[in-house]
Design a protein around this ligand. Structure first.
Ligand SMILES: [Zn+2]
Length: 101
């Protein structure tokens, strides 16, 4: 038995739910937050569930920085907003839905 997507019922290799999720995703907001000791942190808001976890791990890996994710918010220690936006676009997110603040 091939593995079947629980959402659309299609075999995993035909399923495009992941892609659709990203295309219909609500707006993503990227901002920076100033932390103690003049350190800045990039904050990504607007992702949820599996997407939040996957994207956080991918960003940390690509940017080689530390970070956390919880309650729909990814916090990255290091990196910069424009770079994070480029990374999100290369991961398949629609550039139009990303706001850099
Ligand atoms: Zn599916």
């Amino acid at each position: 038995m091939p593995e079947v997507c629980p959402k659309c019922g299609l075999p995993k290799e035909l399923c495009v739910c992941d892609v659709l999720d990203k295309e219909t995703t609500r707006r993503i907001k990227i901002s920076t937050e100033k932390k103690k000791f003049r350190k800045y942190m990039v904050v990504v808001e607007g992702l949820a569930g599996d997407e939040l976890e996957k994207t956080a791990k991918e960003l940390k890996r690509i940017l080689a920085c530390g970070g956390t994710y919880k309650n729909g918010v990814i916090e990255l220690q290091g990196g910069n907003k424009d770079l994070v936006k480029k990374m999100l676009v290369s991961l398949g997110y629609n550039e139009e839905s990303i706001d850099v603040i």
